[in-house]
Design a protein around this ligand. Structure first.
Ligand code: PNS
Length: 159
């Protein structure tokens, strides 16, 4: 069974992330969306909120959500995943993603990083765009799933 991990901060999850997750779901037997806790970053949304928002946004039988504080390579080993799936938006993403892919290949040589090209409609989209628009009370509905739009908007206004 081919297991893929889709890692990220997901602070918060966007329509761009969901597009990648859904497409990964069609390619692999099982996809684990992994909220990675970075101790050096202070996210707007808690670990639990981020997991919960992804769970409420996706209803696919082969996709599950988990969270982890540590190295992605260690998690990949723990669950026996063969693939790490990332979305690539633009050339600007490439250098950072390339560095991570090579580091993960050293740490977990059995796992391959696969990049899915972001859909054209989501090229500009990122969690930080959502945070910025939402924090000034702008309309975030084009950027995030309907089910969690309200929760994100309220939280960002307060933050
Ligand atoms: O959504 P993001 O912030 O671009 O996701 C980055 C993430 C969480 C995938 C990346 O920072 C990560 O894998 N962190 C875990 C720590 C790790 O494994 N580092 C070594 C690879 S460079």
């Amino acid at each position: 069974m081919a297991i893929a991990v889709c890692p990220g901060s997901f602070d918060p999850v966007t329509n761009g992330h969901l597009d990648i997750i859904q497409r990964a779901g069609r390619l692999f037997d099982k996809v684990i969306v992994l909220v990675i806790v970075n101790p050096d970053k202070t996210p707007v949304f808690t670990r639990e909120e981020r997991v919960d928002m992804i769970q409420r946004s996706i209803d696919l039988p082969n996709v599950e959500v988990d969270s982890y504080c540590g190295l992605l390579a260690d998690y990949v080993k723990k669950v026996g995943a063969a693939v790490i799936v990332k979305g690539l938006r633009a050339v600007t993403d490439f250098e950072y993603e390339f560095q991570m892919a090579l580091t993960n290949k050293k740490l977990a040589p059995f796992a391959e990083t696969m990049f899915l090209t972001t859909s054209a409609s989501n090229m500009y989209l990122s969690s930080s765009v959502v945070r910025q628009v939402g924090s000034f009370g702008g309309d975030i509905s084009p950027f995030v799933p309907e089910q969690i739009k309200q929760q994100i908007a309220q939280r960002l206004k307060r933050a």
